[in-house]
Design a protein around this ligand. Structure first.
Ligand SMILES: Cc1cc2nc3c(=O)[nH]c(=O)nc-3n(C[C@H](O)[C@H](O)[C@H](O)COP(=O)(O)O)c2cc1C
Length: 300
């Protein structure tokens, strides 16, 4: 069996598979399916400082090769999550990575400061693919991203993963701003904007009118983004977008991702993560690869 350990800067994971933000909710139900200790890490549902009730239903719609969601950051707020949910994940045997979202720049820092007091966290993922009160993704603007990451660095020593927004015109500039401000790594891609229409009712299917597309439909685009960024960025890149089997994960690692996240596939099959890991293992063994890091970035 190959060595699956990976390092994302100072963060060491037992393997490169991380469940993506939101895909396993608050993480508490995962052990109904398999021991979370099998995972390299798990990113939790995004949390804002104040509780949010989210967008109107329907919040999920089918799409060819994927799913559209418009959840609107529904969550119970930083205080509840820090005092009731995160402590229950202590000792679960995997890297627990809360995700922080916000409606204002200042709110990111407030939540990070609250989570800094919680024991046993491995890192924070900063969701820059969420929108401010004007509807603009924070991650669209490099200067804003720099300010947000710096303000979070000022209140926590936890490693920071900047989850980029597909709304950015130049992902590299945004990622470099995150690097300069002290992020440990970047992750991409967040889901892409999309919609579905009920032609009989002549109205959008999602309650909010539009949503974000995840799943296999986004994989080629996500893979290209990861490849482009990892060639030019000085930070480690965590790849995601449509990963549903071992070979998908291998493609992302060959494109340059040092680790990968699995999102929508968990919704279809809660046992997908252990299966992806065993497929990854089988492929490495069959090809005589002793260490998973050997395949990272092999595509020029
Ligand atoms: C049901 C669902 C909930 C999600 N919730 C969040 C979230 O809370 N925060 C976030 O940053 N991304 C969230 N995402 C996006 C995923 O983390 C991931 O970036 C995206 O779905 C692309 O990966 P995938 O194609 O493997 O799903 C969610 C995705 C799904 C399908």
């Amino acid at each position: 069996m190959a060595n699956l350990q990976v390092k994302i800067g100072e963060l060491e994971l037992k393997n490169p598979l991380i469940t993506a933000a939101g895909a396993v909710g608050d993480g508490l139900a995962l052990s109904d399916y398999y021991p979370p200790a099998q995972l390299g890490g798990m990113v939790l549902r995004s949390v804002t400082f104040e509780p949010q009730c989210g967008y109107p239903a329907p919040r999920v719609a089918e799409a060819t090769g994927g799913m559209l969601t418009s959840i609107g950051l529904e969550n119970r707020g930083a205080e509840y999550v820090a005092s009731h949910e995160l402590p229950r994940l202590q000792g679960c045997g995997t890297a627990v990575i809360p995700s922080i979202a916000a409606l204002t720049e200042e709110e990111y820092q407030l939540t990070a400061a609250r989570f800094d007091k919680v024991a046993g966290l491995a890192a924070l993922e900063i969701n820059l693919a969420c929108a401010d009160e004007q509807g603009l993704d924070f991650g669209a603007d490099p200067a804003r991203v720099g300010r947000i990451i710096s303000s979070i660095k000022a209140v926590t020593g936890l490693p920071l993963i900047a989850k980029l927004s597909p709304a950015a015109q130049d992902q590299l500039k945004v990622a470099e701003a995150a690097a300069t401000a002290g992020a440990l790594a970047v992750s991409l891609t967040a889901p892409l904007p999309g919609m579905a229409i009920d032609i009989e009712k002549r109205q959008p299917i999602l309650g909010r009118g539009w949503g974000r597309l995840s799943g296999p439909a986004v994989k080629p685009l996500a893979l290209h983004m990861v490849h482009q960024l990892s060639k030019n960025l000085r930070l480690p890149v965590i790849g995601m977008g449509g990963i549903a089997c071992g070979t998908d994960a291998i493609e992302f690692m060959m494109a340059g991702a040092c680790a990968f996240q699995v999102g929508a596939a968990n919704v279809h099959d809660p046992l997908i993560a252990p299966r992806i890991l065993s497929e990854l293992n089988e492929w490495l063994d069959a090809h005589g690869v002793r260490n998973v890091n050997e395949i990272v970035g092999v595509i020029a």
